[in-house]
Design a protein around this ligand. Structure first.
Ligand SMILES: *[C@@H]1O[C@H](CO)[C@@H](O)[C@H](O)[C@H]1NC(C)=O
Ligand SMILES: *[C@@H]1O[C@H](CO)[C@@H](O)[C@H](O)[C@H]1NC(C)=O
Ligand SMILES: *[C@@H]1O[C@H](CO)[C@@H](O)[C@H](O)[C@H]1NC(C)=O
Ligand SMILES: *[C@@H]1O[C@H](CO)[C@@H](O)[C@H](O)[C@H]1NC(C)=O
Length: 396
């Protein structure tokens, strides 16, 4: 009993496998004057053979056209209207519903079983639809000038096997155009050392006979990648103190920013960018000489407080290209000792001077009135002299 069930199971598997391999493994071709019309032939038992036209109709033709990627069927031909084949007649009484994926999936008498002659060889006429090719580009996105770009046009392997068409890569608004006959289903075009004339949109064309189908487009955007410059600050007269969150510069001292990089474009410039407390930024521009430019500030004042950075910029025929900004330097302006002296000690001295003068004149006044009253008091006279001396000392 078990043996019977196992046998049944085994047979089921074997019949499933053979059915699917029969459905997908039998190639079909058209032998005729044009690509998608001709006598139907199938490859079976290691040889190309024909089919018999018994029951041959538009549904059968539909399956053949679809299987070949030739679009839809326009007509089903009978009685060897595309000429007589030779060799074996592999299928007879083919009866497709029209929705089968391949001719050998349709009902038929069985491979090699027929009662026909080659005068009955059927054919099909299909409406060719050229498939739309695909396009892809490496690298994707912006392309550095002088680097290489490769653009690949492709189509399904079945279509290429059938059509053997040509791929053409075209620049939409430019002169670049290259054609390739490919044996595989794709063609890769290399554009070496791209310059600005290669900038723009590109499309693939797939052509067969005089028909052309066109792909979507890719954008080759040629740019100039510039490296990030670096920025440093010095104070020639020693007014700079480096602190954890930046550089302190004593007001009144000079300071100099130096921007540097390693680019070798002639005519490049450095821009010094200043971000003040109100985020307004001003730009100073200097040409790059030996890969650097210096920006001098002879007298530091509190308006210089803020962050500083630089960018490198070149202007070419295709436009202006800017590097990323250097990592910025935070400048903090601090009071100088001189200004501290001026601001704190000077008013103090003036104050003391005023007090002293006030006291002095008071004493003088008193002295005069005392003199009138009593001219002989030595003690008071001595006191007056002492006070006078003190006042003078304070002024000094
Ligand atoms: C028939 O003969 C031709 C030329 O001799 C050959 O190219 C072809 O493959 C043969 N078979 C079929 C099925 O047409
Ligand atoms: C396969 O071809 C051989 C000769 O090449 C022939 O003897 C045999 O009968 C064929 N088998 C079928 C199923 O057509
Ligand atoms: C191509 O890409 C660049 C950069 O992304 C863009 O500025 C430009 O407008 C694009 N061109 C077209 C025609 O889409
Ligand atoms: C630039 O470098 C060259 C050679 O290294 C030197 O002769 C020239 O003086 C430098 N120019 C400046 C402005 O430093």
């Amino acid at each position: 009993m078990w043996t019977q069930e196992i046998k049944f199971f085994y047979l089921t598997i074997v019949s499933c496998l053979s059915a699917s391999s029969a459905a997908e493994g039998v190639p079909v071709r058209l032998s005729g004057s044009t690509l998608c019309s001709g006598r139907v032939e199938i490859f079976y038992n290691n040889t190309w053979g024909t089919v018999c036209d018994d029951n041959w109709d538009i549904n059968d033709a539909e399956v053949v056209c679809r299987e070949l990627g030739c679009g839809t069927a326009q007509s089903a031909a009978v009685s060897a209207s595309f000429g007589e084949g030779n060799g074996s007649i592999s299928l007879d009484d083919v009866d497709c519903s029209g929705s089968e994926r391949s001719l050998t999936e349709c009902q038929h008498r069985g491979f090699g079983t027929h009662d026909c002659t080659h005068s009955q060889d059927p054919g099909v006429v299909c409406s060719v639809i050229l498939p739309k090719p695909r396009i892809s580009m490496i690298p994707a996105g912006k392309v550095d000038r002088r680097s290489d770009v490769s653009i690949t046009c492709s189509i399904s392997p079945q279509s290429q096997q059938l059509l053997q068409g040509e791929f053409t890569l075209k620049q939409i608004s430019g002169s670049f155009s290259q054609k390739k006959l490919s044996t595989t289903n794709s063609a890769t075009f290399k554009i070496l050392q791209v310059d600005f004339d290669k900038d723009g949109l590109y499309q693939c064309e797939y052509s067969h006979d005089s028909s052309i189908s066109t792909s979507d487009s890719v954008n080759v955007s040629v740019t100039v990648f510039l490296q990030q410059p670096s920025i440093s600050v010095t104070s020639p007269d020693g007014g700079l103190v480096r602190v954890p969150d930046g550089s302190e510069i004593i007001s009144g001292y000079s300071f100099v920013f130096t921007c540097t990089n390693n680019e070798h474009y002639p005519g490049g410039v450095f821009n010094l960018i200043f971000y003040g407390s109100n985020m307004k930024h001003t730009k100073h521009t200097k040409p790059s000489v030996n890969n650097s430019a210096s920006f001098s500030f002879p007298v530091a004042d509190f308006g210089h407080d803020g962050r500083y950075s630089c960018v490198y910029e070149i202007t070419l025929s295709a436009g202006t290209f800017t590097s990323p900004e250097a990592s910025s330097i935070h400048i903090i302006i601090i009071y100088s000792i001189m200004s501290v002296l001026r601001c704190v000690f000077l008013p103090l001295i003036l104050l003391l001077e005023n007090i002293a003068l006030h006291y002095y004149y008071k004493v003088i006044k008193k002295q005069k009135s005392d003199k009138k009253e009593n001219d002989e008091t030595d003690v008071s006279r001595d006191e007056e002299v002492e006070a006078e001396e003190e006042a003078v000392q304070e002024i000094e």
